[in-house]
Write a protein that binds this ligand. Structure first.
Ligand code: 5RP
Length: 226
């Protein structure tokens, strides 16, 4: 079993009957979704799920997982998602899979959030992973120029065909190659107040548990702030 599968299966143990569950996006969340489906069909787990991307929606639907939209549910009990980087103080970068906007909305309305990662995602300080920023297309070159002037080394993300990648909301992603983010709270505040920025990939003060995959088995880290 690979590490992503290990943590995906482990995380699904946190799901209980009657819950409304947020299903994350990415190659690690993929295995969690598979395990959720197995528990529904083999163990009779009775839950409703909301998804954080079109890709996860298609995957979950194909497995027969009961789905609602984020606007149809009163709340979300638990969201399980992947992450790109997690610092020692439980702050994260997400959006490597371009789903950061829906992921942040679903996480925001969740009572609890769990991230599932392999050990390579755990870091001292955030920033080696390029920070994704979702921007509306109109005026995006102006936002790009401001990022350049600030020395944030922006790159507009392209898809495998070499075209500008469009998110599920038809926006663009600008990846900021910062190398290090010494003050994530300050940067998050700056980014979210820029005109044209829809959302950024700093997920701060959100996660309750992180399940980290190691060769010898999964380790569950509990955020002392929750
Ligand atoms: C998608 C995400 C993913 O959760 C993140 O990129 C981790 O993905 P993976 O498990 O494939 O490494 O934020 O927008």
């Amino acid at each position: 079993m690979n590490l992503k599968q290990m943590v995906g299966i482990e995380s699904a143990k946190f799901i209980q009957d009657g819950m409304i569950v947020g299903l994350g996006t990415g190659s690690t969340a993929y295995y969690m979704v598979e395990e959720v489906a197995r528990r529904i069909h083999e163990e009779g787990l009775n839950i409703t799920c909301v998804t954080t991307s079109n890709a996860t929606e298609i995957h979950a639907r194909s497995l027969g997982i009961p789905l609602s939209t984020i606007d149809e549910v009163s709340h979300v009990d638990l969201t399980i998602d992947g992450a790109d980087e997690i610092s020692k103080d439980f702050q994260g970068i997400k959006g490597g899979g371009a789903a950061l906007l829906y992921e942040k909305i679903v996480a925001h309305y969740s009572k609890e959030v769990i991230w599932i990662v392999d050990s390579s995602k755990m870091v001292e300080t955030l920033g080696a992973f390029p920070l994704p920023v979702e921007v509306i297309r109109f005026g995006s070159q102006q936002v790009f120029k401001i990022f350049q002037e600030k020395g944030y080394n922006p790159v507009i993300r392209k898809n495998s065909d070499g075209e500008y990648l469009r998110t599920d909301s038809n926006n663009l992603i600008i990846d900021l190659h910062l190398e290090s983010i010494p003050n994530p709270e300050q940067l998050a505040d700056e980014l979210i107040h820029m005109v044209g920025v829809v959302e950024h990939g700093l997920f701060l003060n959100m996660v309750k548990h992180v399940i980290v995959g190691y060769e010898k088995g999964p380790i569950i880290l509990d955020n002392p702030k929750f």
